[in-house]
Design a protein around this ligand. Structure first.
Ligand code: SPV
Ligand code: MG
Length: 286
């Protein structure tokens, strides 16, 4: 019926200065994030994989991640930032993904400096990194592959995740900026923000920094921005809320023999129709 097109991520970031981004895996979650006031959505590889009950371990293909991102982007007026893992392979795969995502109307992607296939950053096991020059080249390839000025490439370093520390993360961040990155994401799975704060304190480039406070949630957006972050991704809170809500609801129905006690807490069908924009669709049949 309609294709909602809004601003690019670059434009939103330039206008807002700092943005919070909500993780999602489908159009429903992305729409709810938009309605809650988020100015952008993170098409999370963890969420998209979890929605299919498979590990976030490069198991789904680029085409599947792209489809998930596009299904979100088509229903919302805020930009999707697509989590593209390692770039789904080597430099050729990176160039191909940029062509495909850009042509499909996605305005921002993120790739990370782990080996393909990768494993989710929070999963146990090794998180080995490509050498810095190899990943810098991937970033340069991504930037060369884009056709418009607006496309935004986030370079994510997993140096802290892999135990190499803040200095290595800074070295890599600066190398990725030199290669053309539009922003640098520094990830950590520590229980506090200490390493990420140290990174921000030593970050001396105008290129924006992206943070993901999953394991250190006691860091309000305003404080992260005051510390120098420009983008804060709430990568999987929506997924975890969904898991909790569905589990509690289904268990209660089984335990109680009906859904009557839950009804007051459930979204109404009118709510659902509104998310489907049912009225607008029905206008077509008038
Ligand atoms: C994701 O949401 O898929 C991310 C963030 O990449 S994390 O799960 O923390 O690796
Ligand atoms: Mg991911």
């Amino acid at each position: 019926m309609h294709r909602i097109s809004g601003e690019s991520f670059r434009a939103v970031l330039a206008r807002e200065g700092a943005v919070r981004v909500a993780g999602a895996h489908d159009a429903l979650g992305a729409s709810l994030a938009q309605r809650a006031g988020f100015p952008a959505v993170w098409a999370s590889s963890l969420e998209i994989s979890a929605a299919r009950c498979v590990p976030d371990a490069s198991m789904l293909t680029m085409t599947e991640y792209l489809e998930a991102a596009v299904r979100m982007q088509r229903q919302i007026g805020i930009p999707v930032v697509a989590d593209c893992d390692t770039g789904f392979g080597n430099n050729l795969n990176v160039a191909y993904l940029v062509h495909e995502y850009e042509a499909a109307g996605i305005t921002a992607i993120c790739i990370e400096d782990k080996y393909y296939p990768k494993m989710n950053s929070f999963a146990p096991g090794r998180h080995d990194l490509l050498d810095v020059d190899t990943f810098a080249r991937k970033i340069a390839v991504a930037k060369q592959a884009q056709s418009g000025e607006d496309f935004f490439v986030i370079a994510r370093t997993e140096a802290i995740i892999s135990g190499l520390g803040v200095d290595e993360a800074l070295k890599r961040g600066h190398a990725y900026v030199k290669a053309g990155a539009d922003a640098v994401l520094v990830h950590s799975k520590a229980k506090t923000n200490v390493q990420v704060l140290s990174f921000l304190q030593q970050w001396d480039s105008p290129v924006p920094v992206v943070v993901v406070p999953t394991t250190y949630p006691d860091w309000p957006f305003d404080e992260a921005v005051a510390a120098g972050a420009s983008v804060v991704i709430y990568a999987n809170q929506g997924l975890r809320a969904t898991v909790g809500a569905l589990r509690d609801t289904f268990r209660a129905i089984v335990a109680q023999g009906s859904s009557v006690a839950l009804e007051g807490d459930l979204a109404t069908l009118d709510d659902v129709f509104d998310l489907q924009r049912l009225r607008q669709w029905q206008e077509l049949d008038r």
